[in-house]
Design a protein. Sequence first.
Length: 592
Amino acid sequence: MAYVKIFFIKHLKNALSYIDQERGPDSLVDAEGCSTEDPKLDFRLKAEMANNKGAVEGVHIIQSWNEQESSQHSAQFFQDIGKEMVSQYFKGHDFVIATHTETGKTHNHILVSPWHNDTQKKITNKKIHLYKLRELNDKLCLERGLSVINQKQRTREFYMPEKVRQMTRFNGRSWLLDLVQKIDFAKGLSTSREDLDSVLDVFGIKTRITDKHITYYYPGREQGKRGNKLGSKYNLEGLEKAFESNRQRIQNHPELQTLLHSFHANPEGVASLVSKANFPSEQFKQSILQQGKKGSGSTLHPSEKELQHLIPADELRRAKHKSIVEYAQANKIAITQNKNGTWTLPKRPFVEIQGNTWVNKRNRTQGNLIDFVAAYKNTSFLQAVAEINQNPRLLKLEKHLSIPERSYNSFIIPKDKQMGGKPAEILLQSLFSQKKTPYAHAESWMHKSQIQVHENGSIFMFPQDSHEGALVFERDTSGTWNKNKKGKTDQPFFSQTHPGRKVSVYTDPFGFIQKGMNHLNHRNHTVLVMLDWNEKTLDRFLSLHPQIKGVHFKDKSAEHDMDHLQTKYKGLGISIESPGHTRPYPGREHTL
């Protein structure tokens, strides 16, 4: 399985010294247009010819394969793939390529001169290069009988701008994420732009369409976001493909036609809907009205063209206008009223509720009862509407229509009440005793609401800045505490940073509470404490703190991943150490 990464590097020295080392008995080094002994000099000559001494001195591409395929072919076989890929994509650019085999996974390190030999144009630092290189790499690998990574795992359908990606690395909160998932939902229920606008309007989202572009306007924001900035699924062409797909679904599934027809069996509702939609067929209108009457034996079904307009947006509008406060009170969801008369969620004063709308002041998202119920029940928007309107038939639509699952919550609604006093203390002492950790160390985290005991006896450990996920400890009949994960657990339990070059990593909160609490008082120490071992948490932390040159694991929870991590980070110049592994690597490069 082939994998490609790309980095724009400021200094060639570290990269060249690393890739030039012999890495395995079959390692190879070759070059195109430059010397393998001192390509740095050749690269700089090209820069002087182009009268350009920019910050980026080279483009570093890493191309790797899995162990199974690596064992089936020679190093030369894989180097030829790398040379062909770069020669095709960066035609006219000099490069040096080194093929390493020491890890059991054959991989190429390719350094490309940023300046074209003839035009002297420079390769720009753009993410699009990564996607196009991966596409070309997949093509070359498939031609040679090698496997490729599933395209769905890395599609560019939803391109998140770097600013938004930085905002959402740890807590996932952004109006842009909310916008995208609501567009996804609207597309799944639409067969035309009119349908799309009707569904988006339920969430307060407006659109503006020109000959070439569609722009989405999130409520409360004056500046819109063009569809092509979100990805190909959200521009006009992508929308038309989705509409046509939904039309085909309706045409090819008679049971879906019957289901959509049943939503409008009420004569008055259909008469209003037909009038607003300006249907061409009076016969169809009258047939629907007749079928709504008791004892009617009519079996006339709408035509495909007419049925396209029957997506039940009226169900969404009905759910939208219902009161959030009334729903919360009916379902015993704790809400409090502040001095200004505004309702808020406990410990979430930034989530304000007024009538049938809510606003998250912290991340500038907003919505209505549909979002609120979806967050509370952790369900899809359609399932939320079905519950609000008490119409379970809506759930059948999910079987036929392409409605993606929600992947984002603007906030979490607490469901369980906390236990306090002596009963909570007894439970905490039991858990900390099992973990061989002093109970006294738990008190500071309880004050921060990161450790909570709920009335059902469960103990929750939350991330530092979010309640979107937690470790949940529950005691079985034998008195043993068992750990489960709830929600997003890839956010840190605790972290503190310092301009230093090393980070101490704990993959278990108890290990940190027991052994590493003294780091809290060390202002010159960088610490990362995970809820549970998660490679994504480490990746995000390192991407936000590029000064880090060394990672020191304080426990053995990630021991089985050490070889993988050392291979992964060696090209970035980050040393990885653990109680059982110590292996330094050269200086870090500037990544894309």
